[in-house]
Design a protein around this ligand. Structure first.
Ligand SMILES: Nc1ncnc2c1ncn2[C@@H]1O[C@H](COP(=O)(O)OP(=O)(O)OP(=O)(O)O)[C@@H](O)[C@H]1O
Ligand SMILES: [Mg+2]
Length: 416
């Protein structure tokens, strides 16, 4: 009987257990502890794969359906929407179930014993300004975890989990701002931590505030795509009839990880054909049709994400757009990224300010800012966070592991 912590992330998933006096993440993807949250329905082998193998199968051109950003469906009406497979259809709820079933099986193989009780991480808000959606999301995720075979399932806020991981290493008492910027959400906590507080049974007095916003790396991908790649496919272009513009929703779906598959239907294809006839730039629409026809939507999203990541440490890069019968390498630079995504970074900063106000502390009272989550590697995001507590020490956590490790600490406290 083992308690574990599960960080089911929009982009990556980890699962940890106690190991003697320490906590450790289990190998979920070969030897890797970080498992891409990806599911591939392989139509050729009639099989389902998850993680890096899912991404690799798709990239290598195996016929099938890739699903990413499935966590984004929690708390929305789309959780029970379904996607066509070769035979039949599958709901997002069932896709998440398939993914977590496999995660549990792999984790138990790595651990060598059944995992019975789990603390699952959750963003402070799955959806913005919608308490009913938040409650529904947690309930759905809990039901899926129980269906996967966990006996006890409870939740902890992801930034509080990150704080518990950070607390393992602090030598003295401090007031910390925790910032966890992932693929789907940005989450913050203001917490009092310290070696003496670590073992206390009730920590609620140490949590001054939690807040979050549904902005993450996948939104940066979307806005970068809409500003750079999508115009090459006709986004924002004119139609033959004066005064009309290209329909925006097609481009939003293609630029949004969780919605790409919505374009792979006969109905969407018919709409695209009509659109080409009515467009003033049919050649660009031809590219769009090529991408949809060849199921290259995720490949394009991956190229955009790669460009975003490349711009975290170089000033310019090229974004490869391949529509089957042609390709182009679009130059993209940091200034372009920042223009496209500046509003998102601004919203992250604004939310931190209101979280500090909720906590009743002025920025100068914050001793340390603890950073975790892949999107804290974006210079613009990091600057937006640090501007809200300019005097604080900056501590970089385990970028992809702190939340999972902290959930494991919490699982020991609750069930160990
Ligand atoms: N070097 C980098 N520069 C910028 N962004 C990066 C970098 N490396 C990873 N990312 C982004 O980090 C995000 C994934 O981060 P992470 O794994 O922390 O998210 P997650 O935990 O799965 O999501 P969430 O917690 O929001 O559900 C992706 O959007 C990815 O593009
Ligand atoms: Mg995360």
């Amino acid at each position: 009987m083992t308690a574990c912590g599960l960080d089911f992330g929009t982009s990556n998933t980890t699962l940890g257990v106690r190991d003697g006096d320490a906590f450790r993440l289990l190998a979920l993807d070969g030897v890797r502890t970080t498992l891409p949250t990806a599911v591939f329905f392989d139509f050729e082998a009639d099989a389902v794969t998850i993680g890096q193998a899912a991404v690799d199968s798709y990239v290598s051109g195996v016929e099938g359906r890739l699903m990413r950003s499935i966590k984004s469906m929690l708390g929305t009406d789309l959780i029970d929407a379904d996607t066509a497979l070769r035979k039949g259809r599958i709901s997002f709820r069932a896709v998440i179930g398939t993914f977590l079933d496999t995660v549990k099986t792999r984790a138990e193989a790595a651990h060598g014993a059944p995992l019975t009780d789990v603390v699952v991480g959750r963003p402070v808000h799955f959806v913005d300004g919608d308490p009913a959606g938040d409650a529904a999301a947690e309930e759905t995720l809990g039901a899926i975890a129980r269906a996967a075979g966990f006996r006890e399932v409870s939740f902890q806020f992801e930034p509080i989990a990150a704080a518990l991981d950070y607390e393992q290493q602090v030598p003295g008492e401090e007031l910390a701002l925790i910032a966890d910027i992932g693929g789907g959400t940005s989450d913050f906590s203001v917490v009092r931590i310290g070696p003496e507080r670590r073992g206390r049974p009730d920590r609620s007095g140490d949590i001054l505030a939690n807040d979050g916003i549904r902005v993450g790396g996948t939104d940066f991908d979307r806005d970068l795509s809409l500003a750079t790649a999508m115009p090459e496919l006709g986004h924002g272009s004119a139609m033959k009839r004066a005064g009309l513009l290209a329909p925006r929703s097609i481009y939003f779906d293609l630029a949004t990880w969780s919605k790409i598959n919505f374009l792979y239907t006969n109905k969407a294809m018919a709409e695209l054909e009509r659109f080409r006839r009515d467009s003033a730039v049919p050649d660009n629409i031809e590219r769009l049709i090529g991408i949809v026809e060849h199921r290259q939507g995720h490949a394009l999203a991956m190229a955009v994400e790669r460009a975003k990541i490349a711009l975290s440490d170089s000033d310019e890069t090229r974004l490869a757009i391949d529509w089957g019968d042609g390709e182009l390498a679009l130059p993209v630079d940091v200034a372009g990224l920042n223009r496209a995504t500046g509003a998102l970074a601004g919203r992250i900063g604004d939310r931190i300010r209101s979280c500090l106000a909720d906590a009743g502390v002025t920025p100068d009272r914050i001793d340390a800012v603890f950073l975790t989550g892949g999107s804290t590697l974006l210079p613009q995001v990091r600057a937006a966070i640090l501007a809200e507590a300019p005097g604080a020490r900056v501590v970089e956590g385990n970028i992809f592991g702190s939340v999972g490790l902290g959930l494991t600490v919490e699982a020991q406290r609750r069930y160990g």
